[in-house]
Design a protein around this ligand. Structure first.
Ligand code: DC
Length: 219
């Protein structure tokens, strides 16, 4: 059983996916963390993320694994747990750049699908419903007003001690949105059969309730 949740940054995808997975007793697959892991290795290796050839070559000497502890997903790169290092502004910006490289997307596909075969999963990302799990029986596409998304992302950064100004958060978010929506391979678009939820005025619990209602009525 796969529940696919897609949408742009700041719509509350991760929070909602984590809550939903906990409620249903499913694994929570954060596909963005895998792109972040590739970005992390790219930065560590001193490679420019726009250098498609070098990033692609880097993949041949890279091993990425996920492990699940008490419902939380940990990402291992070449055997080391790098989960705590994946949410810096550098990794965030780089992940959006390397995710536009077709070879990176192809390389990460089987890693994501393998988790889908291991049991019931709530998977969250940008192309989960369109590309990774196109036959998922339940697909949601989350949206929210731009100002709400900026405010949420800014609050998240402040809480994580990585403040910056609202203006920087806003321009980083819109740069990332533009890249994610306009890349040639698997751009961020809703699946034809996705159910839309506007989270602008909803709490995470309210979004989860809507999802559970849809799943339990099979609609
Ligand atoms: O969800 P996130 O912010 O952790 O994702 C980081 C970047 O990874 C995002 O800017 C685009 C990319 N990504 C992707 O291209 N496809 C996915 N399924 C998930 C993330």
């Amino acid at each position: 059983m796969i529940i696919a949740i897609d949408g742009p940054a700041g719509v509350g995808k991760s929070t909602v996916a984590r809550l939903l997975a906990a409620r249903l007793g499913y694994l929570y697959l954060d596909t963005g963390a895998l792109y972040r892991a590739v970005a992390w290795k790219t930065l560590q290796s001193g490679i420019r993320p726009t250098d498609h050839e070098s990033v692609t070559a880097l993949l041949t000497t890279t091993l990425i694994h996920m492990q699940f502890r008490n419902g939380a997903m940990q990402v291992l790169v070449d055997g080391s747990d790098v989960t705590g290092e994946l949410r810096t502004p550098e990794v965030t910006a780089t992940s959006s750049i390397v995710s536009a490289i077709p070879a990176v997307r192809e390389w990460l596909l089987p890693i994501q699908r393998q988790i889908g075969q291991s049991g019931s999963v709530v998977a969250e990302g940008r192309d989960v419903g369109t590309k990774v799990f196109p036959t998922a029986p339940y697909k949601f596409f989350l949206e929210a007003d731009a100002e709400v998304r900026v405010a949420r992302r800014h609050r998240e950064l402040v809480t994580a001690g990585r403040g910056g100004t609202v203006e920087t958060t806003s321009s980083d978010l819109s740069d990332r949105d533009r890249r994610d929506r306009t890349r040639s391979v698997a751009p961020l678009i809703p699946a034809d059969d996705a159910r839309f939820i506007d989270t602008s005025t909803l709490s995470p619990d309210q979004v989860v309730e809507q999802m559970i209602a849809a799943v339990s009525t099979g609609s």
